[in-house]
Design a protein around this ligand. Structure first.
Ligand SMILES: Nc1ncnc2c1ncn2[C@@H]1O[C@H](COP(=O)(O)OP(=O)(O)OP(=O)(O)O)[C@@H](O)[C@H]1O
Length: 793
């Protein structure tokens, strides 16, 4: 479409701006895409004035409006941009030459029907194009992830009567080889399916400045998203959907229940978030007012369950980021997690479009009355993120309560508990990177520890039983059926004595100076101990566990995210879902208790197309178990996994043990000082508690007398108690001298002597190491993890 101006003489700047805008309107995509002309298809290039412009009838009120004279439009013109000069030229398209295989990136001026649309939403129906090598417009060379030239069908066959599978289109062999990350690599160009929306419509928006560095979002075009969503994706610089987004979004938009499995960091949040966002944009609720009266409250559109508070807040931020910079009012997203004011959260619910919560708090809120059960029954999307964890671990009871309540026909009274048999309204979306075996066992009340990765059939059967899917066969989308681990990840283990883990932890951190590092432990007490231990060694360590106050938890995450090179010591509360950019190193101080935990912990690094390392610190007696566990994760198929047939063998990393030995005194001092602090804090707390109890009983309390009586009783924990007593008994002077000694050591280079293998220039400047300034080849050799002598990371 083009506009002509009266020749009244506009100021040159305005004329130039208008000309630019005109060009943008003429060809919305030209400013975004690098448009390589397609050989053999283009007609001759003509001057814009020589094109067959058609006049457009204008509404009366636009007549003579600020020099605006009229509008003309043009159909069937190919706009070609010279990628070198940026110049744009035009060629009328000969319709008889039009091919169905127009690749994304080639642009035609839109026809009259495709003029800018406002807020209209189209739900794409039908299956995505799935046949490898047969997709229109594809490169004809699509293969599965395993490199076989075949069509890949994931999930169960229809014949098994569990789920309808969604075959996933995989990149070509060449793409596979060249792309670093399978899960983030570009999808083959998809053919436009009629009727097709122009992906660039969002970018026609006059409010978007030409000069902004928004991303070309052509690759999203086949998903038929609204202009608002495309504009948001462009602003977020997400130029293409990840495989799980590419496969799941159309299915969800078409109204299907979806079970999505994709590796950690592969964009699952937006895979369910975008369709909900689209639904919100298209629904009248957006303009409806809100009411504080529960009876008139609008039900939330979506309920998203998250296993941890941090993840719930992160999902909130992630979905909110879709709305940043949007002209329209975005959905009201309310987070319901423990540790924050219940009343405030209840109040916010009155206007919520999307509710994201942890099961405990959610259940507390829903079951508190106020007509909320009825409201939540009307939600249109139920999302269970990290589904295997939510349905198997601690939360299961509450999740079950919530699921039961959503199915009831009755109101809050709860006397009638008839399940709604024909629930056609709600879509159920289940996402995770793993589905584990123990899930089923726990449901059956066996409570067995475990966490073997569940095969598809087992997980499907279980989920189908528990969740009231709207359709008989939800779509099962598995975009990484072969490998559980992300491809940018390097894995290894370090063997050391069981009492030397602190020392090796310290050494590994020194080997990775300035790396943002996440250390996992299996206990809160280990977090409490290791955090001051590392701090005493001059390292920027923070703690995270579930007994911390919620504000302190969020603060730890914030600091860890903000400060490059910081270290977070955490329990598995941080294992799932947390998307902290730039985590380079995962250290498993305690071994993960189950295979799925290993996958999720390690998945905090190497997210998206980034790379990272995951290192297990193992005592000799743990090595065999670890190898088995990791082999299970790497089993190339589910049948192999169940038979333990994986051939994956985890490497033991070599480390210069002489260097480690020379760090020992520092580690001992740092540990002793940490133990003293903890023992004193603990004693004060215990003392307070006993004093209060004694006061209540009306007896005198003398802590020394109490301890003297307790002495010699032996039994479990008596050794630890003895150590605590000793630590507490340290005088200020003794503590001071320990601190002084440690300070002295930290300020010195570590003398590693002469190595026949790795000659050094006389010592290691650990201080420089910590500052990331160390040079030289003194670090020993840990192949494949960036530890090579000439590459001290
Ligand atoms: N299409 C995209 N292009 C580029 N980056 C994306 C895209 N979609 C999402 N991301 C980014 O990828 C990162 C990981 O996304 P997300 O947290 O949703 O992963 P996940 O699959 O849920 O991981 P996990 O299994 O660990 O929970 C986020 O930082 C997100 O902003």
């Amino acid at each position: 479409m083009a506009q002509t101006e009266k020749k009244r003489g506009l100021p040159p700047k305005i004329a130039a701006m208008k000309a630019r805008k005109r060009q943008k309107l003429d060809n919305p995509t030209a400013t975004m895409a690098s448009l390589a002309p397609k050989p053999g298809k283009r007609s001759r290039i003509v001057r814009p004035d020589d094109l067959q412009w058609k006049e457009v009838a204008m509404p009366d009120r636009l007549d003579d409006f600020e020099g605006f004279f009229g509008l003309e439009e043009i159909d069937d013109v190919e706009v070609i941009r010279d990628t070198k000069t940026g110049n744009v030229s035009f060629a009328p398209v000969d319709k008889s030459m039009k091919s169905t295989s127009d690749a994304v990136g080639e642009v035609k001026a839109k026809t009259g029907e495709d003029k800018i649309k406002t807020g209209e939403k189209k739900v794409k129906s039908g299956k995505p194009k799935v046949k490898a090598g047969k997709a229109e417009g594809g490169d004809g060379n699509n293969v599965d992830h395993d490199g076989n030239d075949s069509e890949e069908w994931l999930g169960l066959s229809d014949g098994e009567g569990i789920a309808e599978q969604v075959p996933v289109e995989f990149p070509s062999k060449n793409q596979q080889k060249s792309a670093k990350r399978k899960d983030m690599e570009p999808r083959p160009a998809k053919p436009p399916s009629a009727p097709q929306r122009n992906a660039f419509e969002s970018l026609q928006d006059e409010n978007l400045d030409d000069s902004s560095d928004d991303k070309d979002v052509t690759a999203w075009s086949s998903l038929n998203l609204s202009r608002e969503t495309l504009a948001s994706l462009s602003r977020m610089k997400f130029s293409q959907p990840t495989p799980i987004q590419y496969s799941a979004i159309p299915e969800i938009l078409a109204g299907h229940d979806v079970i999505g499995k994709a590796s950690t960091g592969s964009g699952k949040t937006l895979a369910f978030g975008i369709p909900i966002f689209e639904h919100y944009l298209a629904s009248p609720r957006r303009v409806a007012g809100t009411s504080k009266d529960a009876a008139q409250q609008k039900p939330p559109l979506a309920l998203i369950l998250s296993p941890t508070r941090e993840l719930a807040h992160q999902i909130t931020t992630h979905l909110n980021s879709l709305c940043v910079g949007m002209d329209l009012e975005g959905p009201s997203i309310v987070t319901l997690t423990g540790g924050l004011s219940l009343q405030k959260q209840q109040r916010l619910l009155s206007s919520a479009d999307i509710v994201i919560g942890t099961p405990g708090r959610l259940w507390e809120v829903i079951s508190s009355g106020h007509g909320l059960v009825n409201l939540f029954k009307q939600i249109q999307f139920l999302v269970v993120d990290e589904a295997d964890r939510l349905l198997s671990e601690g939360h299961f009871k509450e999740v079950e309560e919530i699921l039961n309540v959503l199915e009831r026909e009755d109101d809050e009274g709860g006397s009638e508990v008839q399940p709604i048999s024909d629930n056609k309204q709600r879509q159920t979306l289940i996402f995770s990177a793993t589905f584990q075996k123990s899930l089923q066992q726990k449901l059956a009340g066996k409570g067995k520890k475990g966490g073997d990765i569940m095969d598809q059939q087992e997980s499907m059967e279980y989920l189908l039983k528990k969740l009231n899917f709207r359709e008989e066969k939800p779509k099962f989308i598995d975009v990484n059926p072969i490998s559980q681990m992300t491809s940018g990840l390097q894995e290894g283990m370090i063997e050391c004595g069981s009492t030397e883990k602190d020392l090796y932890l310290y050494a590994l951190i020194l080997y990775h100076p300035k790396n943002r590092t996440l250390i996992f432990t299996n206990s809160i007490s280990a977090v409490r101990r290791l955090t001051p231990f590392l701090q005493n060694l001059g390292l920027p360590a923070l703690g995270l566990h579930s007994q911390m106050a919620q504000k302190a938890r969020l603060r730890s995450i914030e600091r860890f995210t903000a400060q490059p090179g910081s270290i977070l010591v955490a329990t598995d509360v941080a294992a799932r879902g947390l998307d902290i950019p730039g985590v380079q190193l995962i250290l498993h101080y305690h071994l993960p208790r189950a295979a799925d935990t290993y996958v999720h912990r390690s998945g905090r690094t190497a997210r998206g197309d980034a790379s990272g390392s995951s290192i297990l610190i193992c005592a000799p007696e743990e090595v065999a178990g670890v190898r088995r566990l990791v082999a299970k994760v790497h089993a190339r198929s589910n049948s192999d996994a169940s038979k333990n047939k994986s051939t994956y063998f985890m490497r033991s990393l070599d480390i210069d043990r002489r260097l480690v030995a020379r760090l020992k005194r520092r580690a001992v001092l740092a540990k002793t000082l940490a133990d003293i602090t903890i023992a004193k804090e603990k004693h004060n707390t215990e003392d307070d508690w006993l004093r209060n109890a004694a006061e209540e009983l009306g007896v005198d309390y003398d802590s020394e007398e109490f301890e003297a009586n307790a002495k010699g009783r032996g039994g479990r924990g008596s050794g630890r108690k003895k150590k605590e007593r000793e630590a507490r008994a340290m005088s200020k002077g003794e503590i001071h001298s320990l601190k002084a000694e440690l300070k002295g050591l930290l300020s010195q280079r570590v003398n590693v002597g002469v190595s026949e293998k790795y000659l050094t220039s006389g010592g290691v400047d650990v201080d420089a190491l910590l500052k990331g300034e160390a040079k030289g080849d003194f670090l020993g050799r840990v192949e494949g993890l960036g530890f090579e002598p000439n590459n001290p990371v």
